[in-house]
Design a protein around this ligand. Structure first.
Ligand code: GLN
Length: 489
């Protein structure tokens, strides 16, 4: 394990220009704290794991790539960070992200953009986001695995863009205690790894009830899920896996390369004896708009506490109503938040305002319920948290398989030209599972025309040779999602 740690540390200096980390654990300290041989029984013994910088760790600052938290170190570690330590892992450092997780290309103005090691015609590509630092750290071997957060696709999208495995568990499985809220009804902690097997190992250490997180699934609910899944698995033994292909994901902006990768994967599964079932999720086209109403609304409320008084950096100013100057908290927030965060706070404050709430926030909540119902209609496993038991029809499916993103990663130059709305469009395939709280994993699959050049594990770069395919299943069906991911890996 220690040898691996040394290898990762070497990769960290080699790929420092990619800006994957905001802070790194001191190399000497890492080597000194490498767990003793008697700990070798621990499941993540000596594993170097990077943690996205919106997840609190006790030793390093937690900045969320925001100026407003630039000097913030949490007085306590998040539950997930504590669980990693219990399992014998070492924290590699804190990875770069879009400010507070808001974005798809890991370009926080304060922390600077993350670069992908991959290029197209010599142009650097976007690493995806918002967990782009975690994805790049994994793909370049700067750590064994990384934690990210996924609110609307932030683990899956960067995984798809960097050839890594990005797993977002069901909402409530992994504790959010000590994870900075973006949109708390959607936020999940996920994993970025080189293989599905690694994702399983890491997830196993994190999949636990946490009394400190009110949305954590308690033991009784977990038992109920296990029972439902076991009953379904019993029946599944005697029949092929049923893979749903959502008709609505075949959108006009789906690039031909990604579409070909999708169809060839489905053919491969069919040839292996699995059943391919076309399904319809009619509310899909509304999901993206609903997400971009709900996520900013929750963000505007969650980020209200960064006022320079209770949390974060302070820009001084008068604390009473001013004559000509701005009050302290307005100055602090105006200077502390970057443009995208300010845009979302304004958007959220508007859609929650009394004149707009019915047309925006309430409508979006209704769409969210429709999206969830769409999924409930196609999965054979009934939603384990709902009492109404739907009849498992003949044409129900076990999982859905669809692309993670409609295109290959854009170049950084292309990203710089995108309007905010254009960049929101990137999330069209990832937000539906987020709105419904479902488990989803992005797995890299080979592109048909990718040159089969063998890559040296230490030298990462050149053209992308993979794209991400997403496996989505019913709430609580996390193990199945990983099982199918392993099948297509
Ligand atoms: N790109 C999406 C957003 O900006 C998703 C971000 C995330 O999952 N944290 O909201």
């Amino acid at each position: 394990a220690l040898r691996n740690v040394q290898h990762h540390i070497a990769q960290q200096s080699k790929y420092a220009r990619l800006n994957a980390f905001i802070s790194l654990t001191d190399a000497a300290k890492l080597q000194a704290s490498a767990p003793a041989a008697e700990d070798a029984s621990k499941p993540l013994h000596g594993r170097l794991i990077a943690v996205k910088d919106n997840i609190a760790t006790a030793d390093l600052p937690t900045t969320a790539a925001s100026k407003i938290l630039s000097n913030y170190t949490s007085p306590y570690p998040s539950t997930v960070a504590t669980l990693l330590t219990f399992a014998g892992a070492l924290v590699a450092g804190k990875t770069n992200l879009d400010e507070f997780g808001m974005g798809s290309h890991s370009r926080a103005p304060f922390a600077g953009p993350v670069l992908s090691p991959y290029t197209r015609n010599g142009e650097t590509l976007s690493p995806g986001g918002s967990s782009g630092g975690s994805a790049v750290a994994v793909t370049t071997g700067q750590c064994w695995a990384a934690l990210g957060t996924d609110t609307g696709g932030s683990v899956r999208l960067p995984a798809a863009y960097t050839g890594t495995v990005g797993f977002k568990p069901s909402y409530g499985r992994v504790s959010r205690w000590g994870v900075l809220d973006y949109a708390n009804s959607l936020d999940t902690v996920g994993t970025l790894t080189s293989t599905v097997g690694d994702a399983k190992g890491l997830y196993e250490a994190l999949d636990q009830y946490d009394v400190r997180d009110p949305t954590s699934l308690p033991g009784a609910v977990r038992e109920r899920i296990t029972k439902a899944v076991m009953a379904r698995d019993e029946k599944r033994k005697d029949r092929p896996l049923r893979v749903g292909v959502p008709f609505e994901y075949n959108i006009t902006s789906l690039s031909s390369v990604v579409k070909r990768a999708w169809t060839s994967l489905l053919q491969r599964l069919q040839a292996a004896g699995h059943e391919i079932v076309p399904v319809s999720l009619p509310s899909t086209r509304l999901a993206l708009s609903a997400y971009y109403v709900l996520a900013p609304a929750e963000a505007s409320s969650n980020l209200a506490k960064y006022d320079g008084v209770r949390y974060g950096a302070r820009v001084s100013g008068p604390d009473a109503l001013p004559k000509e100057d701005l009050v302290l908290f307005a100055k602090t927030r105006g200077e502390g938040f970057g443009p995208e965060v300010r845009r979302r706070i304004l958007l959220g404050a508007y859609t929650l305002s009394s004149e707009a709430i019915d047309n925006y926030f309430i409508q979006a909540q209704k769409v969210r319920r429709l999206v969830q119902k769409d999924f409930d209609n196609v999965f054979g496993l009934a939603h384990p948290l709902l009492d109404e038991v739907q009849a498992a029809g003949e044409d129900t499916v076990d999982v859905l398989i669809a692309p993670t993103a409609p295109t290959l990663p854009p170049t950084i130059k292309e990203v710089e030209q995108l309007t905010p709305v254009e960049s929101y469009m990137n999330d069209v395939f990832t937000v539906p599972a987020s709105l419904a709280g479902l488990p989803a994993v992005s797995v890299p699959v080979k592109l048909a025309d990718a040159a089969g050049k063998v890559q040296n594990a230490d030298e990462v770069g050149g053209e992308v040779t993979t794209t991400g395919m997403q496996v989505i299943a019913q709430f609580g069906d996390d193990d199945l999602v990983l099982e199918v991911a392993e099948l297509i890996e």
